[in-house]
Design a binder for this molecule. Structure first.
Ligand code: AMP
Length: 281
């Protein structure tokens, strides 16, 4: 695996490979890698000649400074995992390399409705930061294919919108959520959970599964309410449990029995905020 810290060197490598007709696949991450990330790398490898992974903990997407400070960093292990799984290139830029003029005057991306609900509502500014960094990274890497995880359902929609707004020529590929044996969605933030919290954490995926198994046409509000009550009783501070249309993330309280739906949840276990989602039908 080649490690690049400088944009210029990475760009030279990419343009050389493009001249040779190689397709470039890109997996952006914030590090603290787990098998969910590796599933994206594997999928990318199977569809491209060159797989580029980036590790960059983007300060501009953290609405909570404490969350940024405490974001896990496991660089040596990450490099080892990427090498073992055949990643070709790791891009490991500094904050200064990505934001030479600082990141306090970001461009504004018109994300419309998407930015007003769920993560957009509970993490003000978060998706602007995500767009800022993904736009910058896509500009640098110029990949043919971009690999994202369904684990961050709304983020996938935001990045698709970003690609549309900026007219970048990149194919967005969404990969299914990888889970632990008990159903907990793999996440870098799981590393911050105590043993007891780790046991509790599985209740989120269980709750989404319950919604999946019990959703019926008609009023759905009671199912959401039960889910929030259950998670609260299990020790979570719940931001939301919502049922929304899978295509546009419109929050629904009544279901026609046909429209594809997704259930999404975000909740804190003490300091650690966890999110998950499940397609319902
Ligand atoms: P992160 O490092 O958390 O920013 O995630 C980098 C990429 O990996 C994003 O596209 C995530 O959606 C994806 N990802 C994170 N967790 C999982 C998971 N459990 N399964 C599949 N993809 C994931």
């Amino acid at each position: 695996m080649i490690l690049y810290k400088q944009i210029s060197a990475l760009k030279a490598f990419i343009s050389q490979n493009k001249q040779e007709g190689n397709s470039i696949g890109f997996v952006p991450t914030m590090g603290a890698l787990h098998n969910g990330h590796i599933s994206l790398i594997s999928n990318c490898k199977s569809q491209n000649q060159i797989t580029v992974c980036s590790i960059f903990v983007n300060p501009s997407q953290f609405n909570d400074p404490k969350d940024f400070e405490k974001y896990p960093v496991t660089l040596e292990k990450d490099i080892d995992m990427l090498e073992k799984n055949g990643c070709d290139v790791l891009f490991l830029p500094s904050v200064n390399e990505i934001y030479p003029n600082g990141f306090s005057n970001p461009p504004h991306y018109d994300l419309g409705y998407l930015e007003t609900v769920l993560e957009g509502q509970y993490r003000p500014g978060h998706f602007q930061g995500v767009c800022q960094v993904v736009h910058r990274l896509l500009d640098i890497v110029q990949p043919h294919n971009l690999y994202l995880g369904q684990k961050d359902y709304q983020q996938c929609m935001v990045i698709k919108k970003l690609v549309e707004l900026t007219k970048m020529e990149v194919q967005v590929v969404i990969n299914p959520t990888l889970r632990e044996a008990d159903g907990l969605a793999m996440s870098s933030r799981n590393m911050r959970l105590s043993e007891k919290e780790r046991q509790q954490a599985v209740r989120i995926s269980e709750t989404l599964l319950f919604i999946q198994q019990h959703i019926k046409p008609g009023f759905t509000g009671d199912l959401k309410q039960r889910a929030v009550q259950y998670l609260t009783a299990e020790g979570f501070k719940v931001d939301y449990v919502e049922i929304a249309t899978a295509a546009s993330l419109e929050i629904i309280d009544s279901w026609d029995g046909n429209t594809p739906l997704v259930a999404l949840a975000a909740a804190y276990l003490n300091e650690v905020r966890l999110i998950d989602n499940m397609l319902l039908n």
